[in-house]
Design a protein around this ligand. Structure first.
Ligand SMILES: NC(=O)c1ccc[n+]([C@@H]2O[C@H](COP(=O)([O-])OP(=O)(O)OC[C@H]3O[C@@H](n4cnc5c(N)ncnc54)[C@H](O)[C@@H]3O)[C@@H](O)[C@H]2O)c1
Length: 255
């Protein structure tokens, strides 16, 4: 992809799943990558994989819902690499067991999920965009959204769906605000993606078949298939794209 070689990228939630695949793909495309995750061991594992493949990487332990930690992380990235061009704001949590219909949802669960998935994205974008403006001057932001932010395809997950709807709104306003500065903001919208936890949940073939029955491609996505779209949106090949939503969902939302 054009324009990624030599760029500095930060990826949140890069210790697993989509974020890990995105960090590895950006490194493969020639970016130097900061790998942010609240699980320090996971961040180190992703960093090891990138190093083994010949990449330049900075692992950082950071909880995206805590502003002081997020600010420190972006300061550390700029100190280490000297600049920031690309932010992939991806960290998120899902709790099918504790999330609920609105009349049964504990406020503590709402606060936790919205705190990571929406406040965490706001904080990552706040300090990530400030770092891009202060160093590279222009760049690209890719946020990880979800079909659940647009439709009721995951019933009884009010906190998760609301947090993702908020991420979609955040991205649209950011795209308009920062277009004059040359910072593009887009959303990748993954469908049912086989990250390690999801793979465990659908290990039983009957559960997997039930899960994919309404997906036209009749399968889940590999995290690498989402990572390709993230890298494209961050690259110069997407130079005329901002405020857009790229669905990588096997046709789920086309129905
Ligand atoms: N897997 C799917 O089917 C799917 C579908 C649509 C959207 N998404 C979204 O994709 C994103 C990535 O999820 P995934 O499926 O790869 O899950 P995952 O659990 O494999 O990876 C998420 C990573 O984020 C990290 N993380 C969680 N909370 C954090 C915090 N507060 N601070 C820093 N790091 C934190 C975790 O430690 C983990 O490494 C999320 O935003 C999720 O909502 C996933």
């Amino acid at each position: 992809m054009r324009g990624l070689g030599g760029k500095i990228a930060a990826v949140t939630g890069a210790g697993s799943g989509i974020g890990q695949a995105a960090a590895m793909r950006l490194a493969e495309e020639g970016c130097r990558v900061a790998v942010l995750d609240w699980n320090g061991d996971s961040a180190e594992k992703t960093a090891d994989a990138i190093r083994k493949a010949g990449g330049d990487v900075l692992p950082l332990k950071v909880d995206v819902s805590q502003e002081a930690e997020v600010k420190d992380a972006f300061d550390a990235i700029v100190r280490h690499f000297g600049s920031l061009d690309i932010l992939v704001s991806n960290a998120g949590i899902f709790s099918g067991a504790r999330d609920n219909k609105v009349d049964g949802l504990d406020k503590a669960v709402w606060d936790e999920i919205v705190g990571v998935n929406l406040t965490g994205m706001y904080l990552s974008c706040k300090h990530g965009v400030a770092a891009i403006k202060a160093t590279a001057g222009k760049g690209a932001v890719v946020l990880t959204g979800s079909p659940t932010g647009m439709s009721g395809c995951t019933p009884a997950n009010i906190a998760y769906g609301s947090s993702k709807g908020g991420v979609h709104g955040l991205s649209r306003v950011m795209a308009v605000d920062h277009a004059p500065e040359g910072i593009r903001v887009n959303v990748v919208v993954p469908g049912f993606t086989l990250t390690p936890i999801v793979r465990e949940l659908v290990a039983d073939p009957k559960v997997y078949e039930w899960q994919v029955q309404n997906i036209p491609l009749k399968r889940g996505a590999e995290p690498t298939e989402i990572a390709g779209a993230v890298a494209f949106l961050a690259s110069d090949d997407a130079s005329y794209m901002t405020g857009s939503f790229m669905f990588v969902d096997g046709g789920l939302t086309a129905i």
